[in-house]
Design a protein around this ligand. Structure first.
Ligand SMILES: *Cc1c(COP(=O)(O)O)cnc(C)c1O
Length: 455
C-alpha cells in the first residue's frame, strides 16, 4: 500500500489573478529596443501599428504584478489550473533518488502552453476593436492557439505557416481551419518578403523569421489588421508566468521545493513561464536554484549564438533587440521540433543568461526522441517533439543525481503533447530521424551579417 500522490490539482479558485513581471526584479534593466531604420531606442508609439496599446504597456511595464482580466481567467478555466504530476514511474525506470515533477500544459485545447498568451492577446485586441490578426507559426502550435482564441472573440486570424511544417503537419492546418483561421504556407506569393525569398530559392523550406516578415508586412500595410507573436516578446513571456506560479502552489501541496528547473527553449516563452516566478523569488532574496534551458543542437541560439542586437525577422522589418542570435538570415535545418526553429532568443531569457541566472544546454533530436519515448512508456503522455528536449534535460539531471547519490527535486515543463506529431515519432521508429547539423559556414555568414550597432 502506498499513499503517494501522482497528481497535484489546484482548485480553480486558486488560479493566479496576476501575471508575474520579472522586469520589476531585474538587477539590471533590459537593453533598449531599437528602431530598424534609425537604430535609436523606440517608444510605445512605434509599436502601435502592430499591437494594441494594452499589450505595448505590458511590453514595457516594470510593475511586478499585472492583473489577469476576468474574462481571460474565465476562458482559462477550460483547462487551468493545469496539473502538476510527480513522475514516480519515470523515477523508477531511471533508478534515480531524485524526485521529478512535471507541469503539464498539453491539457489546453490546442495541446500546448500557447493558448496562455493567445487568449489574452486576442482579448486585448478585441477590446481595442481589432477585427483581424496575422501571425506566423512553426510547428502549428501557435497558429492553432491563436485560431482558437480568435474564434472565442470574433477575430479573423491569418496564419503564415513555415513551409516544412505546412507539408509535414497537415492536421495542424486542419485544426486552424476548424477554428476558422486561414493558413498559408510561407514563403508565399502574398507578400513582398515571401516573393523575394521564393525568387532566390523556389524550394525555400521557410523559417520562423521569414514567416514573421510576411505576417508583419500584412499587419503594417493594413489599417484594420494587427499582428500577434507567440513567443520572444516580454508580454508573451509575462502571460506564460501563470505556469510557474501555479507550479509553486502545487509544489507547496507536495511539500517539495525544486532544486533544478528545466524547460525547452525555442523563443523562450514556456521556459520563462515555468522559471521566471522562481527566479523572481531568488532575485528578491530567496533560494538559489539551478535553471536549465534546453535547446536543439541544430538551432542553438543560447549556447552557440552571439549576444548582439538583431532583427526578429529575416526581412529586417522588426525592431532590433539584444538577444542571443544565430543571425536573422540563418535558416535552421528542417528538424522535427519545428517550434524550436527560431534564430533568436527572447531578450529577457538572453539577459538572464548574461546575468548568470540560468544555464543553457543543447541536445540532438534523436536523443530527445529517445527520452520522449522512455517518458511516454513510463508516464503515459506522449510529449511534443519540442517538449522532448525538456524531458531529455530532466532525465540528464535525474541521472546525475543517481551518479552523485543526491535526492534533488527536479521540476520541468511538459509544454505540450505530441498527438499532432506522430509522423515524427514514426520517422524515429523507422530509424529515419537523423541528427542534422546546421551549416557552420551559413552560420558564420549569418553572424557576419548582424547589424552593426554601437555598444
Ligand atoms: C511553440 C512551442 C515551443 C517553443 O516556443 P517557446 O516560446 O520557446 O516556448 C515549445 N514547445 C511547444 C509544445 C510549443 O508549442
Amino acid at each position: 500500500m502506498s499513499d503517494k500522490r501522482t497528481q497535484y490539482l489546484l482548485d480553480a479558485s486558486r488560479m493566479p489573478r496576476h501575471w508575474y513581471n520579472i522586469a520589476a526584479d531585474l538587477p539590471r534593466a533590459l537593453p533598449p529596443v531599437l528602431h530598424p531604420g534609425t537604430l535609436q531606442p523606440i517608444g510605445p508609439a512605434d509599436l502601435a501599428p502592430l499591437f494594441p496599446m494594452a499589450l505595448i504597456e505590458q511590453e514595457v511595464s516594470t510593475e511586478r504584478e499585472i492583473p489577469i482580466p476576468e474574462p481571460v481567467r474565465e476562458v482559462f478555466k477550460l483547462w487551468r489550473p493545469s496539473p502538476l504530476f510527480r513522475a514516480h514511474r519515470l523515477e523508477q525506470a531511471l533508478g534515480t533518488p531524485a524526485r521529478i515533477y512535471y507541469k503539464y500544459e498539453g491539457v489546453s485545447p490546442a495541446g500546448s502552453h500557447k493558448p496562455n498568451t493567445a487568449v489574452p492577446q486576442a482579448w486585448y485586441n478585441a477590446q481595442a476593436g481589432v477585427k483581424k490578426l496575422t501571425t506566423e507559426t512553426g510547428a502549428g502550435q501557435w497558429g492553432s492557439s491563436l485560431a482558437f482564441a480568435g474564434a472565442l472573440f470574433g477575430i479573423d486570424v491569418t496564419v503564415f505557416q513555415v513551409r516544412v511544417s505546412y507539408d509535414q503537419k497537415p492536421y495542424r492546418r486542419a485544426l486552424m481551419e476548424t477554428y476558422g483561421a486561414r493558413c498559408i504556407a510561407s514563403p508565399s506569393m502574398e507578400t513582398q518578403a515571401g516573393r523575394a525569398a521564393l525568387a532566390l530559392r523556389p524550394d525555400h523550406p521557410g523559417s520562423l523569421g521569414l514567416a514573421i516578415s510576411e505576417a508583419v508586412e500584412i499587419a503594417a500595410t493594413h489599417e484594420d489588421t494587427k499582428y500577434a507573436l507567440g513567443s520572444v516578446l516580454n508580454h508573451v513571456l509575462l502571460h506564460q508566468t501563470i505556469i510557474g506560479q501555479e507550479a509553486m502552489l502545487q509544489l507547496e501541496m507536495a511539500g517539495d521545493d525544486p532544486d533544478v528547473i528545466v524547460g525547452c527553449t525555442g523563443g523562450g516563452s514556456n521556459f520563462a513561464g515555468i522559471a521566471f516566478p522562481f527566479i523572481g523569488q531568488q532575485l528578491r532574496g530567496g533560494k538559489r536554484r539551478r535553471i536549465v534551458a534546453v535547446e536543439p543542437a541544430a538551432c542553438p541560439s543560447l549556447t552557440r549564438g552571439r549576444y548582439a542586437y538583431d532583427y526578429g525577422d529575416s526581412a529586417k522589418m522588426t525592431p532590433l533587440t539584444k538577444m542571443h542570435t544565430l543571425g536573422s538570415g540563418f535558416t535552421p535545418p528542417s528538424f522535427h521540433a519545428g517550434g524550436l526553429r527560431y534564430h533568436g532568443m527572447a531578450p529577457l531569457v538572453s539577459h538572464l543568461k548574461e546575468l548568470d541566472l540560468l544555464e543553457a544546454t543543447a541536445y540532438h533530436q534523436v536523443a530527445c526522441f529517445e527520452a520522449g519515448v522512455m517518458f511516454a512508456r513510463a508516464e503515459g503522455i506522449v510529449p511534443a517533439p519540442e517538449a522532448n528536449h525538456a524531458v531529455k534535460g530532466a532525465i540528464v539531471e535525474a541521472l546525475r543525481c543517481k551518479a552523485e547519490g543526491r535526492s534533488e527535486v527536479i521540476l520541468f515543463n511538459l509544454c505540450g503533447h505530441g498527438h499532432f506529431d506522430m509522423s515524427a515519432y514514426s520517422a524515429y521508429f523507422a530509424g529515419k530521424l537523423t541528427d542534422q547539423s546546421y551549416d557552420e559556414s551559413e552560420l558564420a555568414l549569418a553572424l557576419a551579417g548582424l547589424p552593426s550597432v554601437a555598444a
